[in-house]
Design a protein around this ligand. Structure first.
Ligand code: PDD
Length: 280
């Protein structure tokens, strides 16, 4: 079968097949990772938290001086066209915008035309929610992790390290301080208090993270957006990670050490249940 048969790609304002969608070799996204992206979950054919993701896309772009060549309204209309063409029950849409095409040179010309690409993916099976395991690894990324940049080498190497250890996630730390996962935010629970790193330049302010913090407030769980150490994490009662694709996923072992009882904790379960109830 030819690659991507049945796949439709949104390139700027046009829908096309994968073979029709071509990227210039001097696209700055390709040569410099000069662009930003989003992943939005689709549940029952409907985008989850689309506005929050599009706001974050616009913010990430603005932080690296890319002005999106369309309004959010236009982008939403295009994304709707895309899922009408290729209906998705359970999956996600990946979208990215690069600065555009220019002769290779580090500084960018005053005027380039950003290139936007989006396509959907239907999940063959639902991402695993079963209790997972993680390893610590030093956070070697740049200091603007709040920007959802296409430069993902630090994340890629982190996740690869986790894969090579046969665990599910790499938990990054800067010195003793835990920041986030290679593609997730990290939470711990100690004495019924929920802790997660504050949303500053050291982490991506996850949309799932925001939903969880609001759910925790509704459930009357005390929340502290405060950095914690690797030792705090190992000594905690519960650990979980969150992302668009992993939702709320318990982590029951880190660096071979069981967390709490070594089983998924009650607060994690209640936050997952609350998250799931939003999807109905
Ligand atoms: N990753 N932190 C990092 C480094 C991430 O890459 C992600 C998401 C998150 C969670 O953000 P959100 O809840 O908005 O998905 C935190 C996406 C899913 C990815 O790169 O595939």
């Amino acid at each position: 079968m030819a690659r991507g048969v049945g796949m439709m790609i949104l390139v700027n304002n046009d829908l096309m097949t994968r073979d029709q969608a071509t990227i210039d070799i001097e696209d700055r996204g390709y040569q410099f990772g000069d662009g930003v992206y989003e992943v939005v979950r689709i549940y029952n054919g409907v985008f989850f938290e689309l506005d929050a993701h599009l706001d974050r896309l616009e913010r990430s772009a603005a932080e690296i001086k890319i002005v999106l060549p369309f309004t959010q309204e236009k982008l939403k209309a295009n994304l709707n066209k895309l899922i009408q063409q290729v209906p998705v029950q359970s999956g996600h849409v990946y979208m990215q915008v690069t600065r555009g095409v220019a002769p290779r040179n580090h500084p960018f010309p005053a005027k380039t035309e950003p290139v936007f690409v989006a396509y959907t993916k239907e999940y063959e099976k639902e991402p695993s929610r079963s209790p997972g395991r993680a390893v610590f690894t030093e956070d070697i990324r740049w200091l603007r992790c709040d920007i959802k940049s296409l430069n993902l080498l630090g994340n890629v190497l982190g996740k690869q390290f986790a894969n090579e250890q046969n665990v599910d996630e790499a938990i990054f730390h800067r010195g003793e301080w835990v920041t986030e996962g290679s593609s997730t935010n990290v939470f711990i629970v100690k004495n019924n208090v929920l802790y997660t790193h504050p949303a500053n330049h050291f982490i991506l302010d996850g949309i799932t993270r925001r939903v969880i913090l609001s759910d925790a407030n509704e459930l009357g769980i005390q929340v502290e957006e405060e950095a914690f150490t690797k030792q705090d994490l190992l000594d905690s009662d519960e650990v979980f990670i969150s992302s668009t694709t992993q939702e709320v996923r318990p982590i029951v072992e880190v660096n071979g050490q069981p967390i709490g009882t070594g089983k998924e904790g009650e607060i994690t379960l209640s936050l997952h249940a609350k998250f799931t109830s939003r999807l109905r």
